[in-house]
Design a protein around this ligand. Structure first.
Ligand code: NAP
Length: 454
């Protein structure tokens, strides 16, 4: 994929960028390696000062960067502004808490003094997706830089302006040159960066295919990797749930970010006792959403980010229809130059359909009916993914059943799955491994060093 801003609402190429040549890439890696030596000796207070300045700068420029994000990947302007504001909060969160998260841990032993200390690894490569083009990067960068690491960003090829903005933001905030750099390179050159001896670790958020490739290279080079991959999160509704709340949140949980979120609810598993009422209200709400220009305040769903992504969503829905599924609303790409796909609800799903086992990265909800909580739990876990899950019930025993029984990284009860700096974020099974955010996230790219003083 060429490195370019192509507006998905119009299909028009706005700006193209030359990838770094080999000498430019080498210069960036050399700068990162040099910066690592002195940056690791900076104090938490210094890093926090720069991080808070970055948050302040970002807060002052929210409409401008939000417009760039909307132009590059089609999320609504309102949600882009929300994402930028959330990023600023995330930067502040790690500025405030990093030192505590990485404090020495005393250990009782036969030594006079024994403890575990956490130290930065050095340059870390972050391979990032376009769907939350600012937040995905910040949730890596804020803890990584606060821990004393160096960030190297290989962002998705369709969000180069956002990628360059982030590099500039950290520089303007006062971080020393080389501490955070954007590498405008193609995906095929990622392996050479991972293999470079100056790079200590890699994190990837994206598709399984990309994850497999990055993990293979990291494995061969014996380097740490963290993978945040796809999901097909269940949204389970049981009879004791407040149905109005569940329907309202179900719609948001599916169509947020134009349906392109790893933690979007994708499989709606509803108990027979409330199924009809849920289906009717849910389909009505989905069908009434307004799809259109993402810069318009009234628009609730903008275009999908990429033409191949829109075509893949259409192919998955067509496959389900061809194999006997019922399409209750939507179900075909919309006319026009942009990559629009309408909110769609599918029922009558069987294991023969691709949607039953693959991730649908667009505003398409899969609706399943079950007879009881045990069947809901079995179906929720009947997937190769294990990112998040949302369960709607006011029954204490059911809460315990799902919190304990769901094979996922994140369970939200009577709320939609969300990414927040206080809680670790990550998945099980083919959704990846490792965690971002919170204490676990900041420690992923630290060396835990055991110290024994006799
Ligand atoms: P993608 O195609 O895998 O791209 C993600 C990043 O990986 C991009 O920077 C891409 O670069 C790069 N890449 C692609 N193939 C690569 C390879 N073989 N080796 C090294 N790098 C490679 O994913 P996407 O379509 O942009 O994003 C959607 C996917 O991300 C969905 O599956 C979604 O669920 C997942 N996701 C997961 C999380 C999470 O936290 N678990 C969060 C958001 C999204 P190019 O753009 O240059 O190809």
């Amino acid at each position: 994929m060429s490195i370019a801003t192509v507006n998905p609402a119009t299909g028009k190429t706005e700006q193209t960028f030359d990838p770094l040549d080999d000498a430019e890439l080498e210069a960036k890696l050399a700068r990162a390696s040099e910066a690592a030596v002195s940056y690791r000796t900076t104090t938490f207070a210094e890093r926090a000062r720069w991080m808070v300045t970055a948050a302040e700068l970002l807060e002052g420029e929210i409409p401008a960067i939000a417009q760039v994000m909307t132009t590059e990947m089609g999320k609504t302007f309102a949600s882009a502004k929300g994402e930028a504001a959330k990023c600023a909060k995330g930067l502040r969160f790690f500025a405030e808490h990093a030192e505590g998260f990485l404090a020495d841990e005393k250990v009782e032993s036969d030594a006079t003094d024994s403890r575990v200390i956490y130290r930065p690894m050095g340059p870390v490569l972050a391979v990032m997706p376009w769907n939350f083009p600012l937040w995905q990067v910040m949730r890596f960068a804020a803890p990584a830089l606060m821990a004393g690491n160096i960030g190297l960003l290989k962002h998705a090829s369709n969000v180069p302006q956002t990628a360059l903005f982030i590099e500039e933001l950290f520089l303007r905030a006062g971080f020393p040159p080389g501490v955070f750099q954007t590498l405008l390179i193609e995906a095929r050159r990622v392996a050479s960066v991972i293999e470079d001896p100056r790079v200590r670790a890699v994190t990837l958020t994206g598709s399984e295919e990309a994850g497999r490739s990055v993990a293979e290279t990291a494995g061969r080079a014996i380097k740490k990797s963290v993978l945040e991959l796809g999901g097909s999160d269940p949204f389970v509704v049981l009879p004791s749930a407040d149905l109005d709340d569940a329907v309202r949140v179900a719609v948001t949980a599916r169509v947020q970010n134009n349906g392109q979120s790893c933690i979007a609810a994708k499989r709606f598993i509803v108990h027979g006792d409330c199924y009809e009422a849920f289906e009717e209200a849910f389909v009505t709400a989905m069908a009434s959403l307004s799809v259109g220009d993402p810069m318009e305040p009234a628009t609730e769903i903008g275009p999908l980010a990429l033409a191949p992504g829109r075509d893949e969503v259409a192919a998955l829905v067509d496959d389900a229809r061809d194999r006997g599924a019922h399409i209750l609303c939507g179900g075909a790409p919309m006319d026009g130059p942009g990559y629009f796909y309408p909110p769609t609800v599918v029922t009558g799903i069987t294991a023969a359909m691709r949607v039953d086992s693959e991730e649908v990265f667009g505003p398409v909800a899969l609706l399943y009916r079950v007879d009881d909580a045990a069947e809901a739990l079995r179906l929720a876990n009947d997937t190769g993914f294990g990112l998040g899950a949302s369960v709607w019930t006011h029954d204490a025993a059911e809460r315990r059943l799902f919190v304990e029984g769901l094979d996922v990284g994140m369970v939200f009860v009577n709320a939609m799955v969300a990414s927040t700096p206080e809680l670790p974020f990550g998945g099980t099974k083919r959704s990846g491994y490792g965690r971002e955010l919170a204490t676990l996230g900041i420690r992923e790219f630290c060396e835990a060093k055991s110290v024994w003083e006799a």
